[in-house]
Design a protein around this ligand. Structure first.
Ligand SMILES: [Zn+2]
Ligand SMILES: [Zn+2]
Ligand SMILES: [Zn+2]
Length: 89
């Protein structure tokens, strides 16, 4: 893990990866998404800010779960909402 990013990202030792490559909230409402992100607190995979519903950001605001990981193949990074911090892993 990269050093001195933020305490939330530093606390992550095992990155949670998407178990199903779908946005669980978009599936419920029959919508579509652009990219997927996985919440590192509860393992939920949701859609990014380029997607019409921005479920990952809405989830982070609603739950105060701070860190998401990209669920896109080949992308290995984490993002912390409260600190606006990025880290590759
Ligand atoms: Zn943080
Ligand atoms: Zn979504
Ligand atoms: Zn969560």
């Amino acid at each position: 893990m990269t050093d001195e990013v933020c305490s939330h990202i530093d606390a992550i030792t095992d990155v949670k990866l998407a178990t199903r490559r779908v946005c669980e909230e978009c599936v419920k409402i029959g919508s579509s998404w652009v990219h997927l992100r996985t919440c590192q607190t509860c393992d939920e995979t949701l859609c990014c800010d380029s997607s019409p519903n921005r479920h990952a950001t809405r989830h982070a605001r609603a739950t105060a779960h701070p860190v998401i990981a990209s669920a896109e193949p080949g992308e290995r990074w984490l993002y912390c909402y409260p600190d606006d911090a990025f880290a590759e892993y």
